[in-house]
Design a protein around this ligand. Sequence first.
Ligand SMILES: [Zn+2]
Length: 339
Amino acid sequence: MRGVVMHSAGDVRVEERDDPKIIEPTDAIIRLTASCICGSDLWPYRGVEPVDHQVMGHEYVGVVEEIGPEVQSIKVGDFVVGSFWASDNTCEICRAGYQAYCVHRVLMGTIGTQSELARIPLADGTLVATPGQPDADLVPSLMAASDVLGTGWFAAVAAEAGPGKTVAVVGDGAVGLLGILAAKQLGAERIIAFSRHADRQALAREFGATDIVEERGDAGVARVKDLTGGLGASSVIEAVGTQEAMMQAIHSTRPGGHVGFVGVSHDVAIPGDELFMAGVHIHGGPAPVRQYLPELIRLIWDRTIDPGKVFDLTLPLEKAAEGYQAMHERRATKVLLTF
Ligand SMILES: [Zn+2]
């Protein structure tokens, strides 16, 4: 099969890889309908994280080709969506809704789903079948559910976005934009998006943002305070992962408010005195996307939400390197790979 391998920083190739085989009796093999490039794939691409001939990709939708002898709920021919952590969905941590920390979890990035086929461990727990074969125009939205939508959703839940709340969103990448969509679905009254890019501002408004703030850092915090009677937002989503973004999120939150952080942390250090004085709740980390998949699939299937709009470039798998380049240069927010 064909699949993406990152040889070294900036060197992405599509190569012949061995077809995956069932290894554990709980595995399934899927044929991908689409894959995509994640903002987090850019960390090794830019040399911020080490990389050496790494298979790439952790987002996937596709059709089940083969199942192991112990797989019971997933059938050959099902169209399925799964998240970037394979999880059994039965252990105590999973049942508490934290499937990203399943005691048997497997990181899909080590398997590499920017490929024609993929082995999915713990198939019964990991995969959620759609009600039938999706119309082609639903595939990008189902693909988004695999990571960026589920992650934005978790951020909004962790920030306790809901009716009557003012939600501020730091980060206008795919996750931040879908955090806006999630906050809107959860009933937020007002949604403030931090963004400097006209195209992303437009999508933010389409997803439910009521206010746009172009300033960053302390100036951005001051704008949020201006917009909220000096109090700060009740819920703040942090979807970047840098020091500036995290402090901007904490300082934009009113006392007693909630920060939901999902930007993959890179050298973030929160000063203890600022944390102490902020008086805010902070919750986040790798999103338990699996918890939300049934609900997200239903909202997509019913055409209530259209998260697939975050994909602004679609390329065949063979041109994956071009997709990485486009995201690296910020010419694309998120790239869909097709087969
Ligand atoms: Zn588990």
